[in-house]
Design a protein around this ligand. Structure first.
Ligand SMILES: [Zn+2]
Ligand SMILES: [Zn+2]
Length: 257
């Protein structure tokens, strides 16, 4: 299994970076996890023929899904869609209604995506078959309903999406070869509502998950990435890497290329 980072930024990413998006490949089968702004362009740079099988969305914040709209135009510019649909768009629970509201707000037909993609909502309580890979889910701790995703194939990857410290997410990630974890905050949240992690909290989640290696991601503009690495390293003994757009690695062994 191979991972390519398409976007490593948070809602307002660093200059030149995209927001959330990850390409996971195994045995000629391709899954995109999240599709925030910038991801349509980044994905078409690495897969110009858009030979993607599945898109899975963790939650309906713009920095995790909004580029499904431009990507849909990659299949056809015809507003009426296509008769044969190859790409399946897996939205979280209630995601279909949320997408419909967004399409209406930007003056596109409500079926703009569903007439071109197979649009469905996943059941987070059930495994989801993605060709040779299987996705399982745990509800994250975020400002809106959000799910973390584990992908099992010839190796195991867990992607947190957006989350505050969350035992269920650490349990989902147990023994993962690669834990792709957000490290968004420079200071921990103190209010009653929490939704993100500091690098220290991310590293502690990786430790609780007994992950083999940690890839920190989801950075705001202005983040000091060397500081992120240093702060995480105090809490996790395994290899730690900082995500950057375009980084590609084997999930098992996480060799950069
Ligand atoms: Zn986000
Ligand atoms: Zn979010």
């Amino acid at each position: 299994m191979r991972l390519t980072v398409l976007g490593s930024g948070a809602a307002c990413p660093p200059a030149g970076s995209n927001t959330s998006g990850y390409l996971v490949e195994q045995d000629n089968h391709r899954v995109v996890l999240d599709c925030g702004h910038g991801i349509a362009s980044a994905l078409l740079r690495v897969r110009p023929h858009f030979d993607i099988d599945h898109i899975v969305i963790t939650h309906m914040h713009a920095d995790h899904f909004i580029d499904v709209i431009p990507l849909r135009f990659r299949v056809t510019r015809d507003m009426d869609g296509v008769p044969e649909r190859r790409v399946t768009l897996h939205l979280p629970p209630d995601g279909i209604a949320a997408l419909r509201d967004v399409l209406r707000a930007v003056s596109f037909p409500e079926d703009f995506c569903s007439n071109t993609f197979n649009v469905t909502e996943y059941d987070p309580g059930q495994p989801l078959a993605l060709g040779p890979m299987t996705a399982t889910f745990a509800q994250a701790e975020h400002y809106i309903p959000a799910w973390s995703i584990r992908i099992d194939g010839d190796s195991a990857l867990t992607y947190t999406g957006d989350t505050a410290p969350c035992p269920d997410v650490a349990e989902l990630a147990l023994g993962s070869d690669l834990f792709v974890c957000e490290g968004t905050l420079m200071e921990p949240e103190t209010g009653p509502v929490k939704g993100h992690l500091t690098p220290e909290q991310a590293a502690m989640m990786a430790c609780a998950a007994e992950a083999e290696s940690l890839l920190l991601t989801h950075f705001w503009y202005g983040t000091d990435l060397s500081d992120v690495q240093r702060r995480a390293a105090a809490h996790f003994d395994g290899p730690i890497r900082i995500a950057s757009d375009g980084l590609s690695c084997d999930v098992n062994g996480a060799t950069p290329r």
